[in-house]
Design a binder for this molecule. Sequence first.
Ligand code: NAP
Length: 275
Amino acid sequence: MAIIGLVGLGLIGGSLGLDFRSSGHRVLGVSRQQSTCERALVKGVVDKASQDLALLKNCEVVFICTPIPLVLPTLEKLQKVLSPQTIITDVASVKGPIVSAATAQWPRFVGGHPMAGTAHQGVEAAEAGLFHHRPYALTPLATTDTQALDTVHQLVLGLGSKLVVFSPEVHDQLVAQVSHLPVMVSAALLLSVGDIEKAQQLAGPGFQDTSRVGGGNPDLGLAMAQHNRTAILESLKQFRAALDHLEEQIQQQNWVGLQAQLESSRQIRTGFFPS
Ligand code: NAP
C-alpha cells in the first residue's frame, strides 16, 4: 500500500481520495482553503489535510487535481518539497500543454486524465466509485519513466478504471470530439431554448441527458476551450458540417437521406455504448 498525495480536494481529488483510502492506501491532501481541508477530513476523503504542500514530502505518488491553469505552477512548488523519487501525475482534461513541460521539470511525471465527472464541483461533490468502469487515459511520452508509468497504471487499475494510453496530442484531439465538443454543443442547446419557462414544464429525460454536460462547471468548460482551442475549433467545424447536412435533408424533405443518417448515428452510438 502506498502513501498517496492529492493537491486539490474537489470533485476529482476528493473522489480519488475516497477510493484510494477504501483500497487501503494512506491519503494526504492539500487544498487551497482551510475549510475544504476540514470538510475533506469529515467526509473521509483524506487521512490528513493541510494548506501546506510540505505535508506531502513523504508521498510516493502525488496527484495534482487542481484546475488546469494551476497544474504547472503547482508542480513547480512541489519540486521544492518532494524527493526526486516521488512520482507526480495530474488529472487535467487537456494534456498537450502540460505533459512535455511537466516532464522537462520532473522526470518522474506521468500525464493522466480520468474520463469521469458530474455536473457538480468541490469536495462535497466527491463520490466513491466515480472512476469505476470509466476510461482513464495515461499520456506518456517516449521519455516517460517506465517504472513511474507502471506505478500510476497499477493505481488506475485499482480504481476499477479502464486504462487507455495515447500520446498527449492524440488524447487532446479525441477528447475534443468526445468531451469538449459535447460541452459546447450541450451549452448551445441550453442557450438556444426560446421560452425557457414554458420549455421547463415539458422537458423530460431526453433533454436532461443532452443538456447535462452543458450545465456543468463553467470554469472547467472555459479552461477546456482556452487550453485545447485548436482541437475544439476543428471539432466544431466538423460538427457544423454534420448539422448543416441534417438541416439540408430536412429542408429538402429528403426523408430517405435523413433516415439513413439517423440509422448511421444509431449504429455509431451502439459502437460507443454497446448495451
Ligand atoms: P473542482 O471540484 O472545482 O476542484 C478543484 C479543487 O482545486 C478545489 O477544491 C480547490 O480547492 C482546489 N484548488 C484550487 N486552487 C488550488 C491551489 N492553488 N492549491 C491547491 N488546491 C487548489 O474541480 P474538479 O472538477 O475536481 O477539476 C479538477 C481537475 O480535474 C481539473 O484539472 C479538470 O480538468 C480535471 N477533470 C475534471 C473532470 C470533471 O468532470 N469535473 C473530469 C476529469 C478531469 P479549495 O476548495 O480549497 O479552493
